[in-house]
Design a binder for this molecule. Structure first.
Ligand code: HEC
Length: 216
């Protein structure tokens, strides 16, 4: 009994002796080094081991990150295997795709190109010194291949910035589909309007406001 009490006392004394309240500049004793002290390089750091003195190595040419193969050239780059713009949108255009395109178009494109695609967006109406955004309602752009419009979104065109970083692939195609719908809306004959809707256009049916197109 007495002995165990003494042993306990000694242990407590040893423990307390460990906390002397003094500071040490030496690093704590490392029982197991693991890989705590290894030479390593941060991003962009120099490393004289390599000929170009750069620690970061360029991947072997042709290396593709997982999930980034994008082998479908038409879908991702809007080009045929010969490098021509694809004529037609390579995805199935449904009502849902068009609605998605409209929504994305309103967010990303209306500020410059306007809701109708006539190049009369809010930025163009202000005196900000921007290069005017063209109207989509020209023969040239009506006849341009779908792939050309996709490319304008993905990579920009002349003074128009690229939107590839902000708009994912399927949304780009959805916007292209919506631009086609916009072009059709501004360049159709009355005959192209379904008979049921024609009455409304002529104002004989009050179901839809006529002549109140927004200027945005
Ligand atoms: C910041 C303003 C701005 C925004 C936003 C913008 N554009 Fe443009 N866009 C321009 C300008 C400016 C041009 C004309 C560029 C030139 O000719 O130098 C242009 C040209 C174009 C052209 C015609 C290219 C040609 O051959 O004439 C297309 C198509 C186009 N834009 C599509 C889009 C689409 C789709 C979006 C939305 C994803 C969009 N733009 C967003 C400013 C903009």
């Amino acid at each position: 009994m007495r002995r165990s009490f003494l042993t306990g006392l000694v242990l407590v004394a040893l423990l307390l002796a460990g906390c002397r309240g003094t500071r040490s500049d030496n690093p704590p004793f490392h029982m197991n080094l693991d890989m705590d002290f290894q030479q390593k390089f941060g991003p962009q750091e120099a490393n004289p081991f390599f000929e170009d003195d750069a620690a970061m190595r360029t991947p072997v040419s042709g290396t593709v990150a997982r999930g980034h193969l994008q082998a479908d050239s038409a879908l991702y780059r809007a080009r045929t295997s010969e490098g021509e713009y694809v004529e037609k949108i390579p995805i199935t255009v449904t009502q849902k795709v068009l609605e998605r395109g409209q929504e994305r178009y309103k967010i990303h494109c209306t500020p410059c190109h306007g809701k109708k695609g006539d190049g009369n967006g809010v930025i163009m109406r202000g005196d900000y010194g921007y290069t005017p955004a063209p109207s989509y309602h020209t023969d040239r752009l009506r006849k341009a291949p779908d792939g050309y419009l996709y490319d304008a979104i993905a990579n920009g065109v002349r003074s128009m910035p690229a939107y590839g970083q902000k708009i994912p692939v399927l949304d780009r195609w959805a916007i292209v589909a919506y631009i086609r719908a916009l072009q059709r809306s501004q360049n159709a004959t009355e005959k192209a309007v379904p008979p049921g809707v024609q009455a409304r256009l002529n104002g004989t049916d009050s179901g839809m406001p006529v002549g109140e197109a927004s200027t945005e």
